[in-house]
Write a protein that binds this ligand. Structure first.
Ligand code: COA
Length: 327
């Protein structure tokens, strides 16, 4: 028995924010953003568009793409650090809006590695025989926790959602998944206020503590070492060599991180997928959005080996090796 990825979907806000727009908001330039990050534009949700809006759309697409109905889904897992609310979970909202009755649904928080964490949970549920089919969604509205006066972070992030349907199969599709964490590095990338450690107050609002705080240089250093290392572990567990990887889809954080990871792994740039120029860093949504785009652009063929890798807040990181089986 194996687990295959049967359907993919993605949904993005309409509004496009360009580097030129950002030049008018903070002391930055298109040239700086492009050379340091590779980002040109990002999508930004409207005030009245919560994360669930895009999660529902991406989830519906993935179910249709899998040739299934919402009633075929046994469990919904949403990876996000920007849920609609602290509770109820965005997973419950999605399951209800998609008409899934009493299907179990929940959120997980693993930063930009969230999609791979969700995939690991869904894969384990299915292999254990608990459920047959899972809908996993990565959704993020980082624009709503971004400090638009902080040029060191506001140029990086964007909003969107991506989803996948995983189902039991006689064939093996998910060949390996490895995930890790190191909570001692938490404060290198975090949102200090709004939780039980620092509940919302006049002080936290005045001091802009409900926004992303990041030590970009340190995050960069860890990302470019941890992502290649865990990718190698996942490839080894899958019994797949780097040469056999048809497409590498890394978390889209920074074009320099993507290139460095590809180089350290020895994967030719032609086999490394990037769409960061269009969407920026959409955190937990970035891998499924990129995967969906690569698939729509015809860059993935039946039987192809895909390597996924992510790094994010926590710190968390992970990698997965997937054989593309749609038939
Ligand atoms: N526009 C212009 N200048 C900027 C700027 C901006 N948007 N943001 C920072 N700068 C300035 C800094 O103030 C600094 O100036 P100084 O030398 O006078 O102090 C200079 O540019 C260099 O800053 P530095 O932070 O060293 O740049 P960098 O090359 O490390 O690039 C990041 C910054 C954020 C792009 C990079 O560190 C990065 O991508 N890190 C990883 C972030 C990430 O992926 N986070 C999510 C993980 S999932």
């Amino acid at each position: 028995m194996g687990v295959v990825v049967k359907g993919l979907g993605a949904s993005l806000p309409e509004k496009i924010l360009t580097n030129q727009d950002l030049e008018k908001m903070v002391d930055t330039s298109d040239e700086w953003i492009t050379t340091r990050t590779g980002i040109k534009t990002r999508r930004i949700s409207k005030k009245d568009e919560p994360s669930s809006k895009f999660a529902i759309e991406a989830g519906r697409m993935a179910i249709e793409d899998a040739g299934m109905k919402p009633s075929d889904i046994d469990v919904v897992i949403v990876a996000t650090v920007t849920p609609d609310m602290m509770f109820p979970s965005t997973g419950c909202i999605v399951a209800s809006e998609l008409g899934m009755g009493e299907t179990p649904a929940f959120d997980i928080s693993a930063g930009c590695s969230g999609f791979l964490y969700a995939m690991n949970i869904a894969d384990s549920f299915i292999r254990a025989g608990k459920y047959s089919t899972a809908l996993i969604i990565g959704v993020e509205e980082l624009s709503k926790i971004t400090d638009w006066t902080d040029r060191s972070t506001c140029v990086l992030f964007g909003d969107g959602a991506g989803a996948a349907v995983l189902t039991r199969s006689e064939e093996e599709g998910i060949l390996s998944i490895e995930i890790r964490s190191d909570g001692s590095k938490g404060e290198l990338l975090y949102m200090p206020a709004g939780g039980s450690r620092m509940p919302a107050s006049e002080y936290t609002v005045k001091n802009r503590l409900h926004y992303v705080k990041m030590n970009g240089r340190e995050v960069f250093k860890y990302a470019v070492t941890k992502m290649p290392a865990i990718s190698k572990e996942a490839l080894e567990k899958a019994g797949v060599s780097v040469d056999q990887v048809d497409l590498f889809i890394p978390h889209q954080a920074n074009q320099r991180i993507t290139e460095s990871t590809g180089e350290r792994l020895g994967i030719d740039p032609s086999r490394v997928f990037s769409n960061i120029a269009k969407y920026g860093n959409t955190s937990a949504a970035s891998i499924p959005i990129a995967w969906w785009e690569a698939y729509k652009e015809g860059k993935i063929k039946e039987g192809d080996i895909i390597l996924l890798a992510a790094f994010g807040a926590g710190f968390t990181w992970g990698a997965a090796v997937v054989k593309w089986r749609r038939k």
